[in-house]
Design a protein around this ligand. Structure first.
Ligand SMILES: [Fe+2]
Ligand SMILES: [Fe+2]
Length: 173
């Protein structure tokens, strides 16, 4: 019986481990964005704060998608521990630069799992991860649009307030 159950696992065991690592990374992203939301809130950048609260929620949803995928396919998903979250930032621009850096890391990580899926012929997970590949492309584009605003508008005094008001529009609906 046990052999039969294992045969039915459509996800490769090595890929399961990578997915559990990805759970940690998405949880880490969620916490990073929550810290960024807090910084924005304290600096009266209300629209940016809202943006990062929402980003934080989305990262948790990403985490849960992977969590359920593992459990639904006979694996065991592990609840992630999150540590070392930075709360110190010097500017909103630094926050968005850090966010882009984080998204690029996540994109590379997702792509790496897709490459491993191909190597191990795990079509089920490769197919599942296509949504994430697309999502990462959009997330990077969104943050890059925010960074363009800093080049365009500057970030001193009133410009920063006006820039903050543009933040809700950087997401493509
Ligand atoms: Fe994510
Ligand atoms: Fe993200």
């Amino acid at each position: 019986m046990k052999d039969l159950v294992r045969q039915k696992l459509s996800i490769h065991v090595e890929i399961m481990d990578l997915l559990n690592e990805q759970i940690k990374k998405e949880a880490h992203s969620s916490s990073i964005y929550l810290a960024m939301a807090s910084w924005c809130d304290h600096n009266a950048l209300d629209y940016s704060a809202e943006f990062f609260y929402e980003q934080s929620l989305e990262e948790r949803e990403h985490m849960m998608k992977i969590f359920r995928f593992i459990n639904d396919n006979g694996g065991t998903a592990y609840s992630p521990e999150v540590s070392t979250i930075n709360h110190e930032y010097n500017s909103l621009e630094e926050i968005f630069e850090t966010a882009l850096d984080q998204e690029i890391k996540i994109t590379k990580s997702i792509h790496n799992i897709v490459f491993q899926c191909r190597k191990l012929q795990d079509l089920t997970t490769e197919n599942f991860l296509q949504w994430f590949v697309h999502e990462q492309m959009e997330e990077e584009q969104t943050i890059r649009r925010a960074l363009e605003l800093f080049d365009l508008m500057g970030s001193e005094g009133l410009a920063l307030k006006l820039l903050d008001e543009r933040i809700p529009h950087i997401r493509k609906k």
